[in-house]
Design a protein around this ligand. Structure first.
Ligand SMILES: C[S@@+](CC[C@H](N)C(=O)[O-])C[C@H]1O[C@@H](n2cnc3c(N)ncnc32)[C@H](O)[C@@H]1O
Length: 258
C-alpha cells in the first residue's frame, strides 16, 4: 500500500497521531513505530475506544461563528488545539468554579482562551502565554474580532521566563504547552495558584504512551518520562488533590486545598 509517509512525518503532530492507520496493514515507519489500523479510520487518541470517542463527539453541539472558523483553521494548518470534548469539559468546569483570574500556558491561535472567556463572567480576566510571535499575532487578531478582546491578555515569551514575573493569584490555570515542561510550569505556578484553585493540564496521557510502553515512540521517550514524573508528583503532593481524566488526550486536574 502506498502511504505518503514522508508527507505525514513533516507534521510533528501527525507523527503522534499516526498510530492506527487504515485497512489493518502493518507498516514500519520512522522511529521504528509499528503502525497498524482498522477500517479506514485514524484512531485518534489511544485513550478511549474509537466508538466511545465518536459517540461523545457526536453529541457535543457544533460550534458556530468564530470558534468554528478557528477549528477549521487549526485543522487546515495543523495547529494543535484542545479537542472538542476537552473544550466542553473546560466550559462546564469554569461555569462551576466561576474564576475571576485565569492563566493559560500555550495560546496558539487563541481558541482555548476564547472558549474560556465565553464560559466565564464578564469580570474574569485571562492571561495567556505564548512563545511564538506568529501565533501571538494570529491569536491577537482572532481575539480582537470578538467581544472578549478586553478580557484576554496575551504575553509573548517563554513561559518559564514569564511565569516568575507574574503577580497576584489565579483561580484557574491551564497548561497546554510543551508537555515535557509541565513539572517546571507547575512549580512556577504553585505560588500563583489561589487556595481552592485548580490547575488543568492537557495531553497528560500523550496518545496513550504515558500509560503503556508498547505505544512509546522512541523520540517521545523523554516527554513520556517527564509526563509520568509529573503525574506521579501531582498525585502525591501534600496539600493538593489530583485526578486524571481519560478524555481527549488525557486531562489532569489538581486542586489546591485550603
Ligand atoms: C497545543 S498548543 C496550544 C493550543 C491552545 N491552548 C488551544 O487549545 O487553542 C501549544 C502552544 O504552546 C506554545 N508553547 C510551547 N511551549 C511553550 C513555552 N515553554 N512557553 C510558551 N509557549 C509555549 C506553542 O508554541 C504552541 O503554540
Amino acid at each position: 500500500m502506498a502511504i505518503p509517509f514522508q508527507e505525514l512525518m513533516k507534521n510533528i503532530w501527525m507523527q503522534i497521531l499516526i498510530n492506527d492507520i487504515y485497512r489493518g496493514k502493518l507498516i514500519r515507519g520512522i522511529d521504528h513505530v509499528l503502525i497498524y489500523a482498522k477500517e479506514g479510520k485514524f484512531r485518534l487518541s489511544h485513550i478511549n475506544e474509537d466508538y466511545i470517542e465518536e459517540y461523545i463527539r457526536s453529541i457535543i453541539p457544533e460550534h458556530e461563528g468564530y470558534l468554528y472558523e478557528l477549528e477549521v483553521y487549526a485543522e487546515k494548518h495543523h495547529i494543535p488545539i484542545i479537542e472538542r470534548e476537552v473544550a466542553q469539559m473546560l466550559k462546564v468546569l469554569l461555569k462551576i468554579i466561576r474564576p475571576k483570574r485565569i492563566l493559560e500556558v500555550g495560546t496558539a491561535i487563541g481558541y482555548s482562551a476564547l472558549i474560556m472567556a465565553s464560559s466565564t463572567d464578564g469580570d474574569c480576566n485571562i492571561t495567556t502565554i505564548e512563545r511564538r510571535k506568529d501565533m501571538v499575532v494570529l491569536a491577537q487578531e482572532n481575539i480582537d474580532k470578538t467581544e472578549y478582546r478586553d478580557r484576554i491578555n496575551i504575553i509573548q515569551g517563554e513561559a518559564e521566563e514569564i511565569l516568575p514575573t507574574l503577580t497576584g493569584k489565579f483561580d484557574f490555570i491551564f497548561f497546554d504547552a510543551a508537555k515535557g515542561q509541565y513539572l517546571e510550569f507547575f512549580n512556577l505556578c504553585i505560588g500563583l495558584l489561589a487556595k481552592r484553585g485548580i490547575i488543568m493540564s492537557d495531553n497528560v496521557l500523550f496518545k496513550g504512551m504515558v500509560a503503556s510502553d508498547d505505544l512509546v515512540i522512541r523520540r517521545k521517550k523523554t516527554i513520556v518520562k517527564r509526563l509520568r514524573k509529573y503525574l506521579k508528583y501531582i498525585n502525591n503532593l501534600e496539600g493538593y488533590e489530583s485526578c486524571i481524566i481519560p478524555i481527549g488526550d488525557g486531562v489532569a486536574l489538581t486542586y489546591k486545598k485550603e
